[in-house]
Design a protein around this ligand. Structure first.
Ligand code: 9MG
Length: 271
């Protein structure tokens, strides 16, 4: 993980490959539910250039139902243990549950990616005690209802304020400043117009004190804008990563690792 933080500090880009181990994930449809498939997919993403693999056992897509603690643990912990048998690639745990954070860290994860920005009771303490990097993401509402009628007076300002306040809370709880990443949370309680404003104004997040992680890959905003099904969103996803890069983002959470790495290499070569 230190290597990744060093890369970001020196202005290099970093790619986080998505490994969903849910039956109703954003776009995998449960394909990677089996251990061996999950391992193969993680190794392939590593080989394609992913610096870190983000493993999640609870879908956060709009309308998704919550899963129990036991179910989430049963989905993600064996996958982390399996990957650890074969490679020391960095692993991030995509969860909002402190118990899952702790079990995942013990099993070999070295970062916490929380779409709930460590709001659950005990989450701040776990991340501070284990001294792990955390990604704090903004969302309005929860996955069941967040797309119903999101409202913002000034979306960029509101999200900047929220992320800075959350980072302050993390620091007060003992999380080190250099372990904090921020994320505007594309698609989480945002209309198409909101998402486009965030991408257009990405530089306003990249000039804050913390590295910005962006998750644009295959998001429904591209479905709405382009009328593309999830498997037809590669060009839009990679293009959005390029736009975000040009506005200062360096940390990208993606499904299509090889294609995104090609595009980011080109960006870096001309920057
Ligand atoms: C888990 N997850 C789904 N979408 C995401 C996004 O945009 N950012 C982060 N950090 N995590 C996400």
């Amino acid at each position: 993980m230190q290597q990744i933080q060093n890369k970001l500090r020196s202005g290099h880009w970093v790619v986080m490959g998505i490994l969903n181990v849910t039956p109703d994930s954003f776009s995998d449809g449960g394909l990677f539910n089996q251990l061996d498939n999950a391992l193969k997919h993680a190794l392939q993403m590593q080989q394609e250039g992913a610096d870190i693999i983000d493993i999640g056992g609870e879908s956060t897509r709009p309308g998704a139902q919550p899963v129990s603690l036991d179910e989430e643990l049963n989905r993600v912990i064996p996958v982390i243990e399996k990957i650890r048998e074969f490679t020391d690639v960095a692993i991030s745990i995509d969860t909002s549950k402190p118990e899952v954070m702790q079990a995942a860290i013990k099993a070999g994860a070295s970062m916490v990616n929380d779409v709930n920005a460590l709001h659950a009771e005990g989450a701040l303490e776990i991340c501070a005690n284990y001294n792990v990097p955390v990604c704090l993401m903004h969302k309005q509402g929860n996955p069941q209802t967040m797309q119903d009628n999101p409202q913002y007076a000034d979306i960029v300002d509101e999200i900047r304020q929220y992320l800075m306040a959350r980072a302050g809370t993390c620091i007060k709880a003992g999380i080190r400043r250099e372990n904090i990443f921020i994320d505007p949370g594309f698609g989480f309680g945002k209309t198409l117009e909101n998402n486009l404003s965030l991408l257009k104004e990405m530089q306003q997040f990249c000039t804050l004190d913390y590295p910005v992680l962006v998750g644009l890959s295959r998001k429904s905003m591209f479905g709405m804008l382009l009328e593309r099904d999830v498997e037809q969103r590669l060009v839009a996803s990679v293009s959005a990563a390029v736009i975000a890069y040009q506005k200062g983002a360096r940390f990208f959470r993606v499904h299509d690792v090889a294609d995104t790495c090609d595009a980011l290499k080109l960006c870096a070569a001309v920057t």
